[in-house]
Design a binder for this molecule. Structure first.
Ligand code: UDP
Length: 281
């Protein structure tokens, strides 16, 4: 958001491409603080694009999300599906930014822009030294589970078991963070090896759906003990089933998810076990 600061960075470095990871990402927080989300995510992106344009750097990868598909019930989600009715400000910033990027590419065909639509990132680096350390009570499933397993939280609250799925809990497409990272390298290579791409949106997912209870039982195996839980009511805005068609990433980026759900749970737990207080230690 700091234009002068960005200009300084672009002046002092030779920059070929930018990946924007600077968005806020907590759905619940965005409902409570919509202006903070619009201000950070939209102004941040617009300022960055303006400075990139000034310096004629026109390769960018943007962290988008499967949330842009909205409340659709048609799975798997394919990039040709329309962006849907999104139920929270966080998701709306992703949709708005994708539109901004499309408009920009239409106005000037020398931009190369890829929006990577992440499904549900899980896992940690296998060294156990880089992992997820959310502020406060975790919003997402996996840090909540590992914090219960490590004794920081009492029990997992499962948001609804009355969905139209085999065990009644929601189904999501989990992707190992290392696969996600590899997807970004692949996207950069694609930008560098092609010209005048304009805008493209690409799913990064495993194409496999696991239910919340299946994730819990995979974590129990990784941890080696039972993880207490209760069933609560549905969380507002959740859809029953979400998983990716990732054939476009395979075709264009030569990328596909390699890690299994067992790898993801093992690596998340390894990180949490070694770092019960996250990065604070
Ligand atoms: N979930 C849950 N308890 C939690 C956090 C999440 O039951 O403490 C469920 C949530 O309702 C959803 C799934 O786990 O069905 C994945 O939620 P998460 O917030 O991790 O990712 P999302 O799919 O919303 O991006």
């Amino acid at each position: 958001k700091n234009k002068e600061g960005l200009r300084k960075i672009f002046n002092e470095n030779k920059i070929d491409a930018v990946i924007n990871f600077a968005g806020f990402k907590a759905v619940g927080e965005s409902v409570e603080k919509p202006l903070m989300y619009y201000e950070n995510n939209l102004f941040g992106m617009i300022t960055l694009l303006e400075v990139m344009k000034e310096f004629n750097v026109k390769n960018i990868v943007f962290s988008s999300s499967a949330t842009v598909y909205g409340v659709s019930e048609k799975v798997p989600f394919v990039e040709t599906d329309p962006m849907g009715e999104v139920t929270n400000p966080y998701g709306r910033t992703k949709v708005i930014i994708e539109h901004i990027l499309m408009d920009l590419a239409k106005s000037d065909n020398t931009w190369n822009i890829i929006a990577l639509r992440y499904f549900n990132p899980l896992g940690a680096h296998e060294s156990g030294r880089i992992g997820e350390d959310p502020n406060g009570i975790p919003n997402n499933l996996s840090p909540y589970i590992t914090q219960v397993a490590v004794g920081k939280l009492e029990k997992l609250h499962i948001f609804g078991n009355d969905y139209d799925t085999p065990d009644g809990t929601c189904i999501r497409d989990f992707i190992h963070v290392n696969d996600l990272a590899a997807g970004h390298s692949a996207a950069l290579n694609y930008l560098f090896n092609n010209e005048n791409l304009g805008f493209d949106a690409i799913n990064l997912g495993s194409e496999k759906g696991y239910s919340v209870l299946e994730i819990l039982s995979n974590f129990e195996k990784a941890v080696g003990k039972e993880i207490p839980y209760v069933i609560d009511g549905r969380r507002a805005g959740d859809i029953a089933v979400c998983y990716a068609d990732a054939s476009k990433a395979k075709k264009l980026l030569n990328w596909e998810a390699k890690y299994t759900i067992e790898d993801m749970c093992r690596d998340s737990w390894n990180w949490q076990k070694k770092n019960p207080n996250g990065f604070k230690d």
